[in-house]
Design a binder for this molecule. Structure first.
Ligand code: SAM
Length: 242
């Protein structure tokens, strides 16, 4: 899914969609510091190519990332060579340090297969938190807001390369199955790539219960800078500020 050929074009597609990592990271810092004013460290899980980390490292004394795809991680390492990046799985990583905040953005959590994995993942996030620490998770769509048959199209231009991305999504049981096709044209010709993503349509209760079982109080924020909605959890002494 996020092997080299797709990792290479990831940033071009997301730039063409107008994703503003600077604004998102700023909003993350605001959400975190509203709950833990003295927060100075953040771990970005499923950090992808490091779009948020590039900004988070300026906003926090310490920023680190965890990512499953070695190809995405290699791009992140080029973008933020000065910070620690860990190859790991969100369900069971150990980085050996704790943080004031753990964030998991752009629906990466949707790749988990079921509620057991969601529990395992939130517990893993909670183990990496300092007391009063904050967990921010950008959800995948809820089952009642999924649009079956939805087609998304993006065109990205990067130098003399053009990339067209088209996806078609259907529901299969409790999953979204998204077929993605890319046409990548450049001086040496046009290549056609295909990819399939399966994301679980967790309910709002599924997320909230997983936070609670991990020992975090949780609130759901609809809209704002994150159109798919965002869960913000706090463990231990919420708002202790230390
Ligand atoms: C949609 S991208 C989001 C990347 C980045 N957070 C962003 O906002 O651009 C999803 C990312 O989740 C990563 N991922 C999927 N399953 C994972 C897992 N079990 N553990 C860690 N990363 C995972 C993928 O490799 C991919 O980089």
């Amino acid at each position: 899914m996020y092997e080299a050929e797709f990792a290479e074009i990831y940033d071009h597609i997301h730039m063409s969609r107008g994703r503003d990592y600077t604004a998102e990271a700023g909003e993350l810092a605001r959400l975190i510091r509203t709950r833990k004013p003295a927060a100075s460290s953040v771990l970005d899980v499923a950090c992808g190519t490091g779009g948020h980390l590039r900004v988070l490292r300026e906003l926090f004394d310490r920023a680190e990332g965890v990512e499953l795809s070695e190809d995405m991680l290699a791009i992140a390492a080029r973008r933020v060579p000065d910070i620690r990046l860990h190859h790991g799985d969100m369900r069971e990583f150990t980085v050996g340090r704790t943080f004031d905040a753990v964030v998991c953005m752009f629906s990466s959590i949707g790749y988990l297969r079921d509620s057991d994995e969601l529990d395992q993942t939130l517990a893993c996030f909670a183990r990496h938190l300092n007391d009063g620490g904050v967990v921010v998770v950008e959800a995948w769509v809820f089952p009642d807001s999924f649009l079956p048959g939805y087609v998304a199209t993006d065109v990205a231009r990067a130098g003399d390369n053009t990339i067209v991305r088209m996806s078609h999504s259907v529901q299969e049981g409790d999953k979204t199955k998204m077929d993605v096709h890319y046409l990548h044209g450049g001086p040496s010709g046009i290549r056609h790539l295909t990819d399939i993503h399966r994301l679980t349509l967790f309910t709002r209760d599924d997320y909230q219960e997983a936070f609670t079982r991990a020992g975090c109080s949780v609130e759901y924020l609809d809209g704002g800078g994150f159109p798919r909605g965002i869960f913000v959890g706090t463990n231990g002494k919420a708002g202790s500020g230390r």
